[in-house]
Ligand binder design. Structure first.
Ligand SMILES: [Zn+2]
Length: 239
C-alpha cells in the first residue's frame, strides 16, 4: 500500500491521474510542486507505484531525469484539461501548460510511449495461463499508464464528476463521488466553513487564537491555508 505520510503532496485516495494533478498543492508557505526536484518526485512515484499494478514493477527502480520531465509534462497537461473540463474559476496557477491542444497532444503522446499486452502461455503441463507483457521502455510504462488512465478519466464514457476544490487557497482536484461532497477533503470543508463563519462574524481576536474547526475524521490535509486568508477571499468560492 502507498504511504500517504511519506508522499510530498496530498494523497487523497483519488484516481491516479487526479493524484498526479494534485502534485501541485498549497499550504501556509505557498504553492508547491511535488515533482519539481528528482528526489521529491521519486518519493511521489514510490507513494503511488503500488497502485499502478505494473507487470514489471520494481520498487527499487529510480526514474531517469527524462522520465521525470515526462511525468511533469503529463501532470501539466492533465491539469490544463481538468481546468477546461471543470470550468475552473480559481485564480491560483492552474497549469504551467496554457494551451489546451498542446495539453491533449502531450497526454496522447505520453500514452503511446508504452503499453501492456495480454498474453497466453502454454505451461509445462500443457495448461494455458494468461499473463501481461509490456511493450516499450520499462520506465516509460509507468508514465504511459498514468497517461492512459488520464485519457480514461476524460473520455466520454467516464462517468466521473471531476471538480476543482473551491475551498479558500486550495488548488486540488477531486472526484465528486457523493451528492453532498463539495470539497477535496474534510480539511478543506472545515476551512471553507471557518472562512464563511469569519465572513459573517469577523475575525477572532488573535490573542485568543483562531476558532478550532470541527474535528475531522480524514487524514491531515496539508492544504490548510484558509485560516490565514482574509474573509474577502470567500467570495471566490461558490459556497
Ligand atoms: Zn481542497
Amino acid at each position: 500500500m502507498a504511504k500517504p505520510l511519506s508522499a510530498p503532496s496530498p494523497i487523497l485516495g483519488q484516481h491516479l491521474p487526479v493524484e498526479l494533478m494534485n502534485t501541485v498543492w498549497t499550504n501556509r508557505q505557498g504553492i508547491h510542486d511535488a515533482l519539481a526536484s528528482p528526489d521529491v518526485a521519486q518519493r511521489w512515484i514510490e507513494a503511488i507505484r503500488p497502485r499502478l499494478d505494473l507487470p514489471t514493477a520494481d520498487d527499487a527502480e529510480v526514474l531517469s531525469q527524462d522520465a521525470l520531465v515526462r511525468v511533469r509534462a503529463l501532470r501539466d497537461g492533465l491539469r490544463r484539461i481538468a481546468a477546461e473540463r471543470t470550468a475552473d474559476p480559481r485564480e491560483q496557477p492552474v497549469s504551467a501548460m496554457a494551451d489546451l491542444e498542446t495539453a491533449v497532444q502531450v497526454v496522447n503522446e505520453t500514452a503511446r510511449l508504452a503499453h501492456v499486452w495480454p498474453t497466453l502461455t502454454v505451461s509445462a503441463d500443457g495448461g494455458i495461463t494468461d499473463d501481461r507483457e509490456p511493450a516499450g521502455a520499462r520506465e516509460d510504462l509507468l508514465v504511459a499508464t498514468l497517461a492512459t488512465q488520464g485519457i480514461e478519466l476524460f473520455s466520454r464514457k467516464a462517468d466521473l464528476d471531476l471538480r476543482a476544490c473551491l475551498a479558500p487557497g486550495c488548488v486540488l482536484y477531486f472526484i465528486k463521488d457523493h451528492p453532498r461532497r463539495q470539497w477535496c477533503s474534510n480539511a478543506c470543508g472545515n476551512c471553507a466553513r471557518a472562512a464563511r463563519y469569519y465572513a459573517r462574524h469577523g475575525r477572532p481576536n488573535p490573542e485568543r487564537g483562531a476558532p478550532v474547526p470541527p474535528p475531522s475524521s480524514s487524514p491531515v490535509h496539508p492544504t490548510e491555508t484558509c485560516l490565514e486568508l482574509a474573509p474577502s477571499s470567500v467570495t471566490a468560492s461558490k459556497n
